[in-house]
Design a protein around this ligand. Structure first.
Ligand code: C2O
Ligand code: CU
Ligand code: CU
Length: 433
């Protein structure tokens, strides 16, 4: 903490090397050297200050994905950090307990910077929900699971080539969790919370446990769900998060896997990862497990910001994703697509016209899903979201609550979080006034 009582973090983006497997080190980018960056953590009500030093050979940015904060602190393409300089955003954390993340967002270069290793978790704690009894010992029974796919080329270098088919950019055949290949976690308690983050460039995962056992989904992008939802799978597209609680018996071995995801209508599923399955993380329970508190029956207040149902309700804005364009346009750093009022609620309809998978992410705000193809949203979409997968021709209606930080000059972004699409220009900008 500094004299002003702010919680201070130092991040240094730099080139380095990492050893993922035998046969030679891999050149990587990371915060503090190596691969990925530290987990940052702050409580609701705290003011944070992050000193982001750029020791890379090129300009980057650091964006706080899922954070509500002033646009000038957002770390999008309008806050470049030139090589050899430091950017020091500061803001007051004021949002529910949630699993957020940070990653570069330089105009047209995001895919490369993230792929090389620049990303990390940002956990928000909330004293109001901190006593719920969810597993919360970091690294013991509250475990970050940052999932990424890589291709290793000659000499273990990261292969940044795009497959000819698919149109999603880099799709890897090798899974890393928290930057580790072939990872496992030693389970020492009856229940473990996994904070899943899909930090991959393009791949969507459908997480399941190897014996198809059920688990409790307790949180999504913007925080805890109203109540735990028992399920045997959770699908996450790039940028999405989920917190799940898994119960274990002594001595057992369970593998967190990814099944072929349901991508909806796509030209050819096999070129976009629709047929792929992976082992992600092995969970090895000890012969004796410490007790864990029972799961609470309710977790957080249900978001209620739009008209119930959504169908038939007014629609304030429509967004169509097609090819590499959003509403027929490509990102233009000097074009502001719209202005919204502080604390306004708007109903948006998001539609992917198909061909390739797309999702949709909005900065600063969180949204509530009102309907998917006219039907009520499934349980995993009942909490706060900031990123949502769009199946082709299945319009999603969301109620978006804008933040309270007015700045008529500095825009926030909305975009497809398949990083190649984002870089190609499937992105727009808005201001809050
Ligand atoms: Cu996770 Cu605009 O980004
Ligand atoms: Cu974001
Ligand atoms: Cu896309």
């Amino acid at each position: 903490r500094d004299e002003a009582g702010r919680r201070v973090f130092d991040l240094r983006a730099t080139t380095g090397t990492s050893r993922f497997r035998s046969g030679g080190a891999t050149r990587t980018w990371g915060f503090g050297g190596g691969y990925l960056g530290p987990t940052l953590r702050a409580a609701r009500g705290e003011t944070v200050l992050v000193n982001v030093r750029n020791d890379l050979p090129e300009t980057t940015t650091v964006h706080w994905h899922g954070m509500r904060l002033p646009a000038a602190m957002d770390g999008g393409p309008h806050q470049p950090i030139r090589p050899g300089t430091t950017w020091s955003p500061t803001w007051k954390v004021d949002q529910p307990a949630s699993t957020l993340w940070y990653h570069p967002h330089p105009h047209g270069e995001t895919a490369k910077h993230v792929y090389r290793g620049l990303a990390g978790l940002f956990i928000v704690d909330d004293p109001a929900t901190g006593r719920l009894g969810l597993p919360s010992r970091y690294g013991v029974d509250d475990v970050p699971v940052i999932v990424q796919d890589k291709n290793f080329g000659d000499g273990n270098r990261f292969d940044e080539g795009h497959p000819l088919m698919g149109g999603l950019g880099i799709m890897g055949d090798t899974i890393l969790v928290n930057g580790t290949l072939g990872p496992y976690h030693d389970v020492t308690t009856r229940r473990v919370r996994l904070r899943l983050l899909n930090a991959s460039n393009a791949r969507t995962y459908r997480f399941v446990l190897s014996d198809r056992r059920t688990f409790a989904l307790v949180g999504t992008d913007g925080g805890l769900l109203p109540a735990p939802h028992t399920t045997d799978h959770i699908q996450l597209s790039p940028g999405e998060r989920a917190e799940i609680v898994v119960a274990f018996a002594p001595g057992e071995k369970v593998v967190l896997r990814s099944d072929p995801p349901d991508l909806g209508e796509v030209g050819s599923a096999r070129f976009v990862g629709g047929d792929d399955a992976f082992d992600v993380l092995e969970l090895r329970a000890a012969d004796r497990l410490a007790p864990s508190p029972a799961l609470p029956g309710s977790l957080a207040e249900a978001p209620r910001i739009g008209p119930p149902g959504g169908a038939g309700a007014r629609v304030d804005r429509r967004f169509e994703l097609s090819g590499s364009k959003l509403n027929g346009k490509k990102m233009d750093m000097s074009r502001i697509d719209f202005a919204a009022a502080t604390n306004a609620t708007e109903i948006w309809e998001l539609t992917s016209l198909g061909g390739k998978p797309h999702n949709f992410h909005v900065h600063d705000t969180h949204f509530q899903t009102l309907s998917v193809a006219g039907a009520p949203p499934p349980p995993e979409l009942r909490g706060w979201k900031d990123t949502i997968f769009l199946r082709a021709q299945q319009p999603v209606r969301v109620a978006v609550r804008f933040g309270d930080h007015a700045d008529p000059r500095t825009p926030y972004m909305f975009h497809c979080h398949i990083l190649y699409h984002e870089d190609q220009g499937m992105m727009g900008q808005f201001v809050v006034t």
